[in-house]
Design a protein around this ligand. Structure first.
Ligand SMILES: *Cc1c(COP(=O)(O)O)cnc(C)c1O
Length: 313
C-alpha cells in the first residue's frame, strides 16, 4: 500500500469574510479562517497538533501512535484519519466503557483501522500516571519505546509547534487584523497562534474563549507553552455556557441564526461559543462611532464539525 506524504496538507486554507447586521452596527469586519475546510477527513486545529507528532513517530520508527479521548473526540477522529492516510497505526484509549452502538466518531476511527482500548472513567482520570500507562501498553503487547504517545487533545510541545503554522496556512499578513479569536480547550492552539503572531503580526491580539468552566488554570499552561514570553493574548473564562459540552438555549439559537445568515457551520462545543462571545462583547460595547476605522477581527474556525453528529441542535 502506498501512503501519501504529510506535506499534502501543507496547503492554503480559505479565509472567508462574513457580513451580518450586528457586525455592521458595531462597525466591525469579521473574517473566518476555515480550518474546517482543510480536508474532508482531517480537519481543524487537530491536524496542526498532530502533524509534528506524526513526523516524529515516523522519524523515530515508532510502530504506532497512542492517544486518548472521549467517544466524540475531534482529536481521536483526526488521529485515526491521519494514521490511515499517512501509514501510521493508531491506538485510541477511550474514556468509559464500550457503548453499543458505537458513536459515529468511533465508527469512523475503527473503519480507519484505529485500535480502541477502553478505560473506566476513574482510570481515565489517572491516565497520565506511569503505572497506568505501563499497564495499558502491556495489555496491548507494546513497549513504551515502540509507541509515540500523544496526550489528550494532541496538546504537547510538538502540537504547539504545528499550531504555529496555522496563520501562515491562511496567508494572514502583518497589519491585517486587530484581534484573532479562537476556542480554547487546553490552550495549546492559542499558544501556537500567539507565538506565531508575536513574530509575524505585531499589534495583533489573540483572544481565547475557554469552552470549559473554571478555566483560569489554563493561563499557566499557556505560559508554559510560550515560555512565559508573551503578552499578546487574553483568555476569556466566562463564555463557557455552563461548562465543557454544555449549551444554553441562547447559544443554540445564536448558532442557528448565524448559520442561516452565513451558511458557515459551527459546533456548539467550540466554535459556536467563540462567535457567541464575539457577538456578546460587541453588543455590550456598542458605541457606534463611524469616525473610527472599523475594527478588524479574524476568527479561527478550528473545525469540530464531526463531533456535532453527537449533538442535536
Ligand atoms: C480541540 C479543539 C479546540 C481546542 O484546542 P486546544 O488547543 O485544546 O485549546 C478548539 N476547537 C475545536 C473544534 C477543537 O476540536
Amino acid at each position: 500500500m502506498v501512503f501519501e506524504s504529510i506535506d499534502v496538507l501543507d496547503k492554503t486554507v480559505p479565509v472567508q469574510s462574513v457580513n451580518t447586521e450586528w457586525l455592521r452596527e458595531a462597525n466591525v469586519s469579521l473574517d473566518i479562517l476555515r480550518l474546517d475546510e482543510l480536508d474532508p477527513e482531517i480537519s481543524g486545529n487537530k491536524w496542526y497538533k498532530l502533524k509534528h507528532n506524526i513526523l516524529s513517530a515516523q522519524r523515530e520508527g515508532n510502530s504506532a501512535i497512542l492517544s486518548f479521548g472521549g467517544a466524540w473526540s475531534n482529536h481521536i477522529h483526526a488521529l485515526a484519519a491521519a494514521g490511515h492516510r499517512f501509514g501510521m497505526p493508531t491506538i485510541g484509549v477511550i474514556r468509559g466503557e464500550p457503548v453499543e452502538p458505537l458513536s459515529a466518531t468511533l465508527v469512523d476511527a475503527v473503519n480507519w483501522g484505529m485500535k480502541l482500548h477502553y478505560l473506566s472513567r476513574s482510570d481515565y482520570r489517572r491516565k497520565n500516571e506511569a503505572y497506568l500507562l505501563d499497564k495499558i501498553l502491556s495489555q496491548l503487547g507494546l513497549s513504551a519505546r515502540d509507541v509515540h504517545i500523544v496526550p489528550e487533545g494532541g496538546s504537547n510541545p510538538l502540537g504547539v509547534l504545528g499550531c504555529r503554522e496555522i496563520l501562515a496556512a491562511g496567508q494572514i499578513s502583518s497589519g491585517s487584523y486587530d484581534e484573532i479569536w479562537l476556542a480554547c480547550g487546553t490552550g495549546a492552539t492559542l499558544a501556537g497562534l500567539s507565538l506565531a503572531a508575536s513574530d509575524e503580526l505585531p499589534g495583533t491580539q489573540i483572544k481565547g474563549v475557554a469552552v470549559l468552566k473554571g478555566a483560569d488554570f489554563l493561563r499557566n499552561d499557556i505560559h508554559k507553552y510560550t515560555l512565559h514570553s508573551l503578552d499578546n493574548w487574553t483568555l476569556l473564562t466566562d463564555c463557557h455556557h455552563g461548562g465543557y459540552a454544555r449549551t444554553t438555549k441562547e447559544l443554540l439559537s445564536f448558532i442557528k441564526s448565524f448559520e442561516n445568515e452565513t451558511a458557515i457551520p459551527l459546533d456548539p462545543v467550540y466554535t459556536g461559543k467563540v462567535l457567541f462571545a464575539i457577538w456578546h462583547s460587541l453588543a455590550e460595547n456598542l458605541k457606534p462611532d463611524s469616525s473610527c476605522r472599523a475594527k478588524r477581527l479574524l476568527m479561527v474556525h478550528t473545525g469540530g464539525l464531526q463531533g456535532r453528529r453527537g449533538i442535536k441542535i
